[in-house]
Structure formats: structure tokens, C-alpha cells
Write a protein that binds this ligand. Structure first.
Ligand SMILES: Cc1cc2nc3c(=O)[nH]c(=O)nc-3n(C[C@H](O)[C@H](O)[C@H](O)COP(=O)(O)OP(=O)(O)OC[C@H]3O[C@@H](n4cnc5c(N)ncnc54)[C@H](O)[C@@H]3O)c2cc1C
Length: 852
């Protein structure tokens, strides 16, 4: 054997051995021993070139040295730490608080490049208690029955008084309030299921119920309120006597909410005839949900203490307080009109409103801690209301679209049979499955005590975007039926509402560009936050020790991800460890593969771009997309297990995972294509796509199978739309569509008979409505059969019908002119609003008197 071949063989042996150690993340000590043994064998049996051998022993000596922590710390880590400190990007307090909010859960595993699947598979499937189930089947079902979105949106621009009363009476506003204060104390999962059900029926109702159960006064009080504040407000909030809202957004500060200019100045003032130290507040807020009808206003403002009445500091920063809206000077009452969806939303302002210090949520000690409170709570709230609304809307759209396209015929065929429509239907079903899975698994994790900050941002962004895609597709497959507004239109309002969910709780572009990866990279990375904390430790030696451990673990992790990404990409992850030997095991392997590549790409992005990554929003957005795809695909797999692995749903699982992992591949590719450091991008591409982009999106055949699942009655369709309000009763299009779909399946043999007779020329008419009479007269079908067909046909016709109006009926009385807005964008109509406010307050005191 020539010495070249021997050399190559030894090289391959070293590379394979090193790769194996890195792939398996074997410790530094064991790897050093293994490397020493291999080098000894090479020196004895393989070395031909002494210089080469010497070089290898020098390298090995370096490896041995880094096993000795004391030497390593002084010689390597200390200078590295000094350099790291000079490179650290500046971080404001608000950014730091956002980064440290919430907990790290499955997102951390995906960031590790080697996810420990037991962490996900061992999570119990979320369930409803008897009480929660009874609530959903009882009051929630009843509320859905009472809701008529046409009446609400078109006629009243509000929900009827009886609906408001029902919501209060059954404590829909109190799902998160503990029983000791009169609330329902539901789990996050039950809360999400209630919202999903309401959203399948009325966006107005789901938004109205969602807000008090999400980020609002009740949640803030429960976590940060003093006992006295809890006793004062929670019972009223639970009974619905108090209506809450939370006002953060102002005309100047939308996405950059922390830049608000609303102020509170600590000063002395008159309070109920006594001079006290309190706060003089000035604010101007907009877009505030429930503000027009709120009785208690959660307010975010910046607190100042120029006269040092409460301490040494002059500026305290963002502070949150609860202010009864009947306090002198508080202006509420006017309404915005969010895309014709008339849930209560409007501006609020206040000029020199004086309130006691104990209106601060949590009392004086919480002065300046408002931002921290908000981002902590957002790490939970963001995962529930908007994602479950999107999932509920998706379920309704899937249920309706599946049946409608099966019943609606063109070119003598149900339109569902056309591939173009089928493709849209497969997206409706698949995207709804993804939303369901994400909501169920994440709310289940929250119910188990997690506060998953990054997953909640992923859910907020992706579920609302998927909701918009589903709404678009549902509109398309319904044709004109979706466009013509009126009592018979069950889609149009939901479609119009989709941008609302996209804008609230952090508009989506920002959530994608800045939050998901921006927060995830530091929060979920196994070492970055540890390194950051260590670098900022005031105890120099302790910081150095911790930095040293984190840094070397980080280097090992990066080397391991190089090996893992390369091997997993080369083998299509076929041999990687997965938790289950089920038909879905390949999808777990796909996620393993992308997890390693993502971890590798993230590390190199942070290493080479440092603080600049923050402004390279598109790069960080794409990495966020990869993380999101893996997270959502994992929830799909877990959801499938939680539902008992129903074999019939496998096409949905495959479609969802394929769609998501294909997106992961494409986003990684775009990331590399746009990475500014081209040599690094080339290097990464060799380890991430050594075989090119090999992952495929769902095939047409798979899409057809998925579409079939929602165009036929059956368990898969019911499971997919489990929370939707589908009860069969007049006024519920979903129930009636399902009934007609069942009839169409029962009567399919009769329809085929007519079809065949028509093809044979026995029946002359093309249209089913006429064929029935003709076939009955020709004796092709019996009188009973003709009756059944006529009944079915009439039902279908009614479902296909759209509304028309006398021209005058569409003219609405001239509306009051909108308030004039100042150049600053604020609402300048406090007088009228104040007058309205007085009336509302009078109404409220009257109702209090009545109840007492
Ligand atoms: C129906 C509705 C209900 C609401 N309810 C409430 C409520 O109850 N309480 C409350 O306090 N607020 C509420 N909001 C406010 C909501 O949270 C804000 O609208 C939202 O934060 C965005 O602010 P903005 O509308 O001023 O958009 P802007 O901040 O003007 O943003 C415009 C666009 O720029 C993008 N953008 C901004 N900065 C960046 C960046 N750095 N990187 C990338 N993109 C960026 C945004 O994503 C958006 O697409 C509500 C809003 C709506 C529409």
C-alpha cells in the first residue's frame, strides 16, 4: 500500500473518531484520552513524517493544557473575557428585562442542537377538568348560540345587553381569577379552549372575553398586587361588575412602547379632603381594548419624583397603576372602529389626574417595575388569547370550507374535486392542524407552570399569520359566497378581523424581526446568557470562573454542532436517536437535523456579527423562522401522540411537518445566501447543506389526502375542528353545513344513479333540481327517494344563498364626525367623552345600588 493511501486512511480514521466524539458530545477529558491513544497508535504504526508528527503532538499538548482549569483560566479566559467585555452590545434596562422574562422550555432543547425529546414527550397531555368541560359544554355553548355577528357588527356595533349580562353572570371575564376571589380559576389550556370556541363563532365576543383573561389588570394584580388591591378589585372583576382595560400604547409609542411619554409626577395634593403624597398623571393613549366601557383602567406611565418625596431617585421609569375610571379627570368613552369588528376599543386620556400612591400595582415598592411586570406576563398571555382565537377561527373555516366545497357544484362536480381548490383546502386543514397543536401543547406547558417567553412570541406571530392564510384560502374557495356580507355570510367578518390579531400585542413584523430570535438567541442558548451574566458579575473572580466554564462548554458545543450538522445532513438524520418507533419517527429525525444546523448557524451569526445582528433584522428573522418551524413541528408530533396517534390523521401530520421543515430549509438557505461574511457563509453551507437542499414540500398526492379529510364527514374532521361551535341548530351555518354534508354522503348512490342516467341520455336536464322530477317521472327513483333528494337540494340551496338588500337598507344614518386629532395624533375631544363618562358612571353607580 502506498504511503499516500495509508496517510489518507489515517486521516479518515482521525476525522471519523473526532467526528464521533464531537457528535456524541463526549467530555473534554475523555476526548483528550481518546485523542492521546489515537496519536500514540499513529506514532507507533503510521507516522511517516516526523515534522507532521511533532505538530500533532504539540496540538495534543494544547488539548491537554485546556483540561487544567487554573492554567486555562489565566492564560486563555482572562484575556478572552476582557475582549468580550469590549464587544458586548449595549443593552437598555427594558431590553434586559424582556430578555430575562419567562422560562426556557422546549425552545431551549431546539437551540441545543441535540434536543432531548424526553423533555417534550414526557409532558402530560393537557386535559379539561369536569368543571371546565361543563363550562365549555354549558355556558360557552349557550353564549355561542346567543351570538349573531351580523346583528352585532352591522346593526348594533356592539353586543346586545343580554350578551354582556350573560358574559358577566357566567364569569367569562374571570377565567384566570382564583376561586377565593370569586373567579373560575381555569387552567391556561381551558382558557384557550374557551377562546377558540368563541372565536369560531364571533370575533367580537372572543376579543371581548380574551382581553380581561390575558394581559390586563386581573393578571397584573394576581402576580404583583398587594393583598389589599386584590381584595378591592378581584371580586368585582370576577363578577363582571368591574370591566378592566390596560393602556400602554400611546400615539407616539406603538411598537416602541417603552418610549411612552405619559407621565406621573409624585407630589402633594388633595385627596378626599386631606393632603397626601400622591401622583399627578397625564396621559394620552389609543387603541385600548375595552377602554370605552372600562370601570378600571390599568395605566402604564413613567414615574418621576423631582422633590424626592418617596426616595432618592428622580426617575423611576415605567410604572403601572390601577385607576377607577370615575376618578376626576379620567377620559374614556369614545370608540375606535377596528375594521368593522365592533369590540369595544378606544382612546383614553387624563390631564392632571391626582391619585394616591397606593394605586401603583404592588404599591410603592413596585414603582418603576412596570415594564418588567408587563414583559413577564406577556410571556404567558401572548401564547393564549390571540393564538387560540386564530385556531378557533381556523377550525370554523376548515369545517365550513370542507363541507361547502363538497356541496357546491360547478362543471357537474363538487368544486372540492378540482385540484386547485383541493390545494387550498389542504392548506386550510394543515395550517389549522398546526395552530391547534401549537395552542394545545403550549397552553398545556403553561398549565404545568412554564412561562415560555420565546414560544409565546412564536405562537403569537405564527398562529395569527396562519390564521390570515386560512382566512384567505377559505374566502377563495367560497367564491362570491364569502364576499357578500349579510346574515348568511359566516366568513367575511372573520376575514376582516385577521389583521387585528396581527397588529395587537406587538405587531407581527416586529415580533418576527426582533423578538423571536432576538430574544431566543440569548434566552434559549445554552451558554450565551451565562456568559453575559458572568461578564457583568461584580465579583471579578467569580465572574471569571463562570465565564471560563461557559466559554469552554460553548466551544465544545459549537464543535459538536459542526459535526452533528454535517453528519445529520449527509445521512438525512436516518440514524439519529428518536424517542418513538412510530410512523412519525422520521419527522423527529428531520427536526434533529435542523436543530443542529440551526444551532451552528446561530453561533456563527452571533460570533461574526455580534451586536450588529440586532440591526440585521432579516437575518435574525430568518433564524427565528427556522426556530419557529422546529417548534411548531414538534408540537404537531406531540399533539398527534396526545390525541392517541389516530392513523387517519397521519396525512395531516406529514403535511404539517413537511411544510414546516421545508420552510426551515428554505429560510436557512436564504440566511446563508444573504449572510454578509461570504467565506463564513460558504463554510457554513458545507456543513449545513453538504448534499444541497434535499427536503421536499408536501406532494400533490399528500395534499389531496389532507383535503379529503375535511371534505368528508368523519373523526379526522371532527378532531381537527373539535373546539368549533358546530352544534346543529338554525342560525348555526357550521351545524347546517355538516348536516348537508352527511346527507350528501347518504344520498350519493342516488345522485350517481341520476348522473348515470343523464350520461346515458335518459335524463335531459343538467341541473339536479330539475333532474329529480324527471327521474321520478321516469321511474329511476322512487317517490321517497325523490323526496329525500328534494329536501337535500333545498338545504344545499339555502346554504349556498347570499344576501341582497333594498338599496336604502344599506344606507346608514350619518355617523357623528370623528374627533379632530391634533398634530401629535391625540384625541382632542375630552369634553364630549367626559359627558359620556358621567353618564356611564351614573349607570354604574345605579347598577351598584341595585345590586346592593
Ligand atoms: C385592535 C387593537 C387593539 C389593541 N389593544 C390594545 C390594548 O388593549 N392596550 C394597549 O396598550 N395597546 C393596544 N393595542 C396597540 C397595539 O399593541 C399596537 O398597535 C402595536 O403594538 C403596534 O403599534 P402601532 O400600531 O403604533 O404600530 P407602529 O409602531 O407604528 O408600527 C408600524 C409597523 O412598523 C413595524 N415596526 C416597528 N418597529 C419595528 C422594528 N424595530 N422592526 C421591525 N418592524 C418594526 C411594526 O411591526 C408595524 O408593522 C391595540 C391595537 C389594536 C389595533
Amino acid at each position: 500500500m502506498s504511503s499516500l493511501i495509508v496517510g489518507v486512511l489515517w486521516f479518515l480514521l482521525f476525522a471519523a473518531g473526532g467526528g464521533y466524539l464531537a457528535y456524541k458530545r463526549i467530555s473534554l477529558r475523555s476526548s483528550t484520552l481518546a485523542a492521546g491513544a489515537a496519536l500514540l497508535a499513529y506514532s507507533l504504526f503510521g507516522a511517516a513524517n516526523v515534522i507532521w508528527l511533532l505538530l500533532l503532538w504539540v496540538l495534543f499538548a494544547g488539548m491537554v493544557v485546556i483540561n487544567f482549569e487554573d492554567i486555562r483560566r489565566e492564560k486563555i479566559t482572562r484575556p478572552a473575557l476582557a475582549l468580550y467585555r469590549t464587544l458586548l452590545p449595549s443593552m437598555s434596562d427594558t431590553e434586559r428585562e424582556a430578555l430575562e422574562a419567562g422560562s426556557v422550555w422546549w425552545d431551549g432543547e431546539l437551540f441545543s442542537g441535540m434536543p432531548d425529546w424526553d423533555r417534550l414527550t414526557s409532558c402530560p397531555a393537557p386535559t379539561l377538568s369536569d368543571e371546565e368541560r361543563a363550562f365549555i359544554d354549558g355556558p360557552c355553548e349557550e353564549l355561542c348560540r346567543m351570538l349573531d355577528e351580523w346583528d352585532i357588527a352591522h346593526r348594533r356595533a356592539d353586543m346586545p345587553a343580554a350578551v354582556w349580562e350573560f358574559i358577566r353572570q357566567h364569569r367569562f371575564f374571570a377565567m384566570i381569577i382564583p376561586k377565593q376571589y370569586g373567579g373560575l380559576e381555569f387552567s391556561a389550556y381551558a382558557n384557550a379552549m374557551v377562546i377558540a370556541k368563541l372565536a369560531s363563532r364571533s370575533t367580537t365576543a372572543s376579543s371581548t372575553v380574551g382581553v380581561p383573561n390575558s394581559l390586563g389588570p386581573a393578571e397584573l394584580l394576581l402576580h404583583y398586587g398587594t393583598e389589599e388591591q386584590k381584595r378591592r378589585y378581584l371580586p368585582g372583576l370576577a363578577s363582571g361588575e368591574e370591566i378592566p382595560c390596560f393602556a400602554l400604547t400611546s400615539p407616539q409609542a406603538g411598537s416602541d412602547a417603552a418610549a411612552l411619554i405619559d407621565s406621573g409626577v409624585v407630589c402633594k395634593g388633595d385627596w378626599q379632603g386631606e393632603e397626601i403624597v400622591g401622583i399627578r398623571l397625564n396621559w394620552e393613549k389609543r387603541y385600548i381594548t375595552l377602554a370605552p366601557v372600562a370601570t378600571v383602567l390599568g395605566l402604564a406611565f413613567k414615574l418621576y419624583d423631582p422633590d424626592h418625596l418617596i426616595g432618592e431617585r428622580e426617575e423611576y421609569g415605567i410604572t403601572a397603576a390601577l385607576i377607577p375610571t370615575d376618578t376626576a379627570g379620567v377620559v374614556t368613552g369614545r370608540r375606535h372602529y377596528p375594521l368593522t369588528i365592533p369590540f369595544q376599543n378606544g382612546p383614553t386620556s387624563g390631564k392632571d389626574v391626582f391619585v394616591p400612591l397606593d394605586y401603583i400595582i404592588g404599591g410603592r415598592e413596585m414603582a418603576g417595575k412596570g415594564w418588567k411586570m408587563l414583559v413577564e406576563l406577556l410571556s404567558v398571555g401572548r401564547a393564549i388569547t390571540l393564538p387560540s382565537s386564530a385556531a378557533g377561527g381556523g377550525q370554523a373555516a376548515a369545517y365550513a370550507s370542507g363541507a361547502y366545497t363538497r356541496l357546491r357544484r360547478q362543471f357537474n362536480l363538487p368544486v372540492a374535486k378540482f385540484d386547485g381548490v383541493g390545494e387550498a383546502l389542504s392548506r386550510i386543514a394543515g395550517h389549522t392542524y398546526i395552530m391547534n397543536a401549537a395552542v394545545s401543547i403550549t397552553s398545556g406547558a403553561i398549565a404545568q407552570g412554564e412561562k415560555p417567553a420565546v414560544p409565546s412570541a412564536i405562537l403569537k406571530y405564527h398562529c395569527t399569520e396562519l390564521g390570515r392564510k386560512v382566512a384567505n384560502d377559505a374566502m377563495d374557495v367560497h367564491g362570491g359566497k364569502g364576499i357578500m356580507l349579510g346574515p348568511h355570510n359566516y366568513l367575511g367578518r372573520g376575514y376582516m378581523a385577521t389583521p387585528i390579531a396581527i397588529t395587537v400585542e406587538g405587531a407581527n413584523i416586529l415580533t418576527r424581526s426582533l423578538i423571536i430570535f432576538g430574544q431566543g438567541a440569548i434566552r434559549c442558548h445554552p451558554f450565551v446568557l451565562r456568559e453575559l451574566h458572568a461578564a457583568q458579575d461584580s465579583d471579578e473572580e467569580r465572574g471569571l470562573r463562570e465565564f471560563d466554564r461557559a466559554l469552554f462548554a460553548h466551544i465544545g458545543y459549537a464543535i459538536s454542532n459542526l459535526a452533528r450538522s454535517f453528519v445529520l445532513a449527509l445521512t438525512h438524520a436516518k440514524f439519529s436517536r428518536v424517542p418513538l418507533a412510530t410512523p412519525t419517527c422520521r419527522y423527529y429525525q428531520n427536526i434533529n437535523r435542523y436543530s443542529a444546523s440551526f444551532a451552528l448557524a446561530s453561533d456563527f451569526a452571533m460570533l461574526t456579527l455580534g451586536g450588529k445582528l440586532k440591526v440585521k433584522e432579516l437575518l435574525s428573522a430568518r433564524l427565528g423562522d427556522v426556530l419557529s418551524s422546529m417548534y411548531l413541528a414538534s408540537t404537531v408530533l406531540k399533539h398527534f401522540e396526545n390525541q392517541g396517534r389516530p392513523a387517519a390523521d397521519l396525512p395531516l401530520v406529514e403535511w404539517s411537518v413537511r411544510t414546516l421543515m421545508y420552510q426551515a430549509q428554505e429560510q436557512l438557505h436564504s440566511f446563508l445566501r444573504n449572510f454578509p461574511n461570504r467565506p463564513v457563509a460558504f463554510f457554513l453551507r458545507c456543513f449545513i447543506f453538504p448534499r444541497g437542499r434535499t427536503y421536499s414540500a408536501p406532494s400533490d398526492e399528500l395534499s389531496r389526502k389532507v383535503a379529503d379529510l375535511i371534505t368528508q364527514t368523519g373523526d379526522s374532521r371532527e378532531r381537527l375542528c373539535e373546539q368549533a361551535y358546530t352544534t346543529l341548530e338554525p342560525g348555526n351555518p357550521l351545524g347546517m353545513l355538516e348536516e348537508a354534508l352527511r346527507l350528501s354522503e347518504e344520498l350519493a348512490p342516488l345522485e350517481s344513479r341520476l348522473h348515470k342516467s343523464h350520461k346515458d341520455g335518459v335524463l335531459k336536464n343538467d341541473y339536479l333540481g330539475y333532474q329529480i322530477d324527471e327521474a321520478e317521472q321516469a321511474g329511476i327513483i322512487s317517490a321517497d327517494e325523490a323526496g329525500a333528494l328534494r329536501d337535500y337540494h333545498a338545504r344545499v340551496q339555502a346554504l349556498m344563498a347570499v344576501d341582497d338588500f333594498e338599496p336604502e337598507a344599506l344606507v346608514r344614518p350619518a355617523a357623528e364626525e370623528p374627533a379632530k386629532t391634533s398634530a401629535r395624533g391625540g384625541n382632542q375631544a375630552p369634553k364630549k367623552a367626559a359627558a359620556r363618562k358621567k353618564t356611564a358612571t351614573r349607570r354604574k353607580s345605579a347598577s351598584r345600588k341595585k345590586s346592593s
